[in-house]
Write a protein that binds this ligand. Structure first.
Ligand SMILES: Cc1cc2nc3c(=O)[nH]c(=O)nc-3n(C[C@H](O)[C@H](O)[C@H](O)COP(=O)(O)OP(=O)(O)OC[C@H]3O[C@@H](n4cnc5c(N)ncnc54)[C@H](O)[C@@H]3O)c2cc1C
Length: 226
């Protein structure tokens, strides 16, 4: 798309300019895009796609509710239709963005008094980053399941002692093993609220462990990516 046509189409509410791209690993990056007048609730996702394509995919919003831009954390899926194209876009280019949707949120009324346990695999950490940055003072522990320590995306953004990187392939995180192994050894209790996000195998396994530990299903919230 040339500059003139991009500028013309940018008037449409669904085309947003790319402001910045942070490459966190060879395959994972943060896309910062113009927010325009869009608002969202932490935990919601947006559908994003290349400007000249017909396909979009869901991405949880990574940035905070009050940030003046929108960010998404994307992992390039080999042979995927959309994520490899997003990875090759440039600052100054455009993406199609649809309205934020979804109900994966935390309860605003009790969020300051409740214990939150966030359990993510891979880029499933994205809505938790948005929760933590949108709601200062949140009482949380974040378990992040990845293969290797270099996938602990922007770990320094979280308060020390609140994030546990669980690495399954090598001992380069805080805990050598899966999030499920960690949860079997470390209970957070029946009163906590558990938020699960990422691939469906992890979510099913964590669900089973929590149910075995007597956690009510009302206290378990899940967002499945694939
Ligand atoms: C509510 C929701 C929120 C999401 N949020 C994010 C997010 O914040 N960040 C993010 O990177 N992705 C997120 N996803 C996944 C994303 O929507 C796409 O599925 C992903 O980017 C692959 O799209 P693609 O077109 O490149 O691959 P496709 O051509 O659609 O599919 C390729 C295959 O890859 C599988 N797949 C999808 N994601 C992964 C993955 N991470 N690892 C391995 N295999 C995968 C799919 O199941 C499919 O079989 C989310 C999905 C949902 C439903």
């Amino acid at each position: 798309m040339n500059k003139t046509s991009a500028t013309e189409t940018a008037i449409k509410t669904d085309l947003h300019e790319i402001l910045d791209i942070r490459h966190l690993t060879d395959s994972t990056f943060v896309l910062r895009i113009d927010k325009k007048d869009m608002s969202f609730t932490a935990g919601q996702h947006i559908c994003v796609g290349p400007p000249n394509g017909i396909h979009t995919r869901e991405y949880s919003v990574y940035s905070a509710e009050k940030d003046p831009y929108l960010e998404i954390l994307v992992k390039e899926v080999e042979n995927g239709l959309v994520s490899p194209v997003l990875k090759n876009l440039q600052v100054g280019g455009y993406v199609i963005v649809e309205e934020p949707v979804g109900y994966f949120g935390i309860n605003n009324e009790s969020c300051e008094t409740q214990k939150h346990v966030f359990i993510a695999s891979g880029t499933g950490i994205s809505p938790f980053h948005s929760f933590v940055k949108s709601k200062p003072g949140l009482d949380y522990t974040l378990l992040h399941g990845v293969k290797t320590g270099n996938e602990a995306y922007e770990k320094n953004e979280y308060e020390k002692g609140r994030i546990v990187t669980c690495t399954s392939r090598e001992g380069t995180g805080d805990f050598y093993g899966r999030v499920t192994d960690y949860l079997k050894l470390n209970r957070f209790g029946k009163g906590a609220h558990y938020y699960l996000c990422g691939n469906c195998n992890m979510i099913h396994d964590v669900y089973d462990i929590l149910e075995e530990q007597g956690v009510s299903t009302e206290n378990i919230h899940a967002e499945v990516y694939f």
